[in-house]
Design a protein around this ligand. Sequence first.
Ligand code: LLP
Length: 401
Amino acid sequence: MFNTDTISRFKQLETPFYYYDLNLLKQTLQACTSAAAQYNFHVHYAMKANFNPKVLEMIQSFGIGADCVSGGEVKAATDHGFAHDKVVFAGVGKSDKEINEALDRDIFCFNVESVQELQIINDLAKAKNRTASVAIRINPNVDAHTHHFITTGLEENKFGVNTWELPAVAEALAKCPNLQFIGIHFHIGSQITDLSVYKNLCIRVNELQQWFEDHNLAVKVLNLGGGLGVDYYHPDEKPVCDFESYFKVFHDFLDIKPGQEVHFELGRALVAQSAALISRVLYVKNGLKKNFLILDAGMTELIRPMLYQAYHQIENLSRPVNGQQPVVSEEKGSLLTTHQSLLHYDVVGPICESTDCFRKDVELPESFRGDLIAVRTAGAYGEVMVSGYNLRDRVQSVYSE
Ligand code: LLP
């Protein structure tokens, strides 16, 4: 991701910033779309993962649809060139204003998460003399085996309708002439690395689609959501996900009926590896028991480590190890070699919160004020979760081209 030229360029720039490797993003999108095309699967990009305009422009240029969870995302998707008839709108709490805006933009489908929401969309569509296409998001009670904060498909989660509510869904659909039922939707969680989880999901989806067919509700679309995980521990080893194996699971285990469309909503797998958060060491505090590297980026720029105890690889770009090119140190002006000593640091941000720590006990070359630090795999749920806390300057974006 970084060569000597890139690092020299970073030295001229103010930190912190998100660095986007647009070439890697393109390779990832190519791999995903060609793997999906083998089975005629439809891919939507989960906008919530990253709505940086340049990222959106590149993603839509691959003909991918958009999966949105707010009126703002629906607007951003259509404004950035995603086709309106490839936009889906999910979310447990769609407001009337958001539903109306999505109706006006003539989106492909609402992924509906409760019986009450069906009635509301029907009423709002009726007032506009329109018909809204809906898919029912079902909570399949399948364990995603991921961090409990990003698990969504268990009965204890707020998402989707539970299976015992399906008779009420069928009843409501029969009473809603301004709704067109088109299919069923699932999303069981995020950062899923064990593909057998998706096999279990397929088995459950096969049973559930039969229920709809038995109740004279034709399932034209099966939407399996997203969730494919990435390797946060080895960002350079396999920067592009194994989309081939991912889609093959659905091809092998999903009971796809003739004419049925299969849709996916991938976020993280498309964008995570393509960006890093680049910051500088402001201060080094050497304690008796601990050393701290205090960066000019913190939880306001990347909150995942603090919110989910998420692991992100941390690298000192000014002092590369493992045979990478040695770089002249800004602070000391010395040429560092691979013989440099490694120390342990708690890598923290500048925010007035003890939780503002990227990771404790990170092994790094001895580091100094001014060193450039990269926090890797920050392209998904990074820039989008930036907050205004402490009224800090808004983090910038820098692109590889
Ligand atoms: N579809 C639905 C309905 C979703 O709720 C999500 C993500 C996706 C698709 C995309 O999932 P992905 O392919 O990106 O795993 N902020 C957390 C992740 C929250 C995910 C929310 N839903 C994090 O930083 O890990």
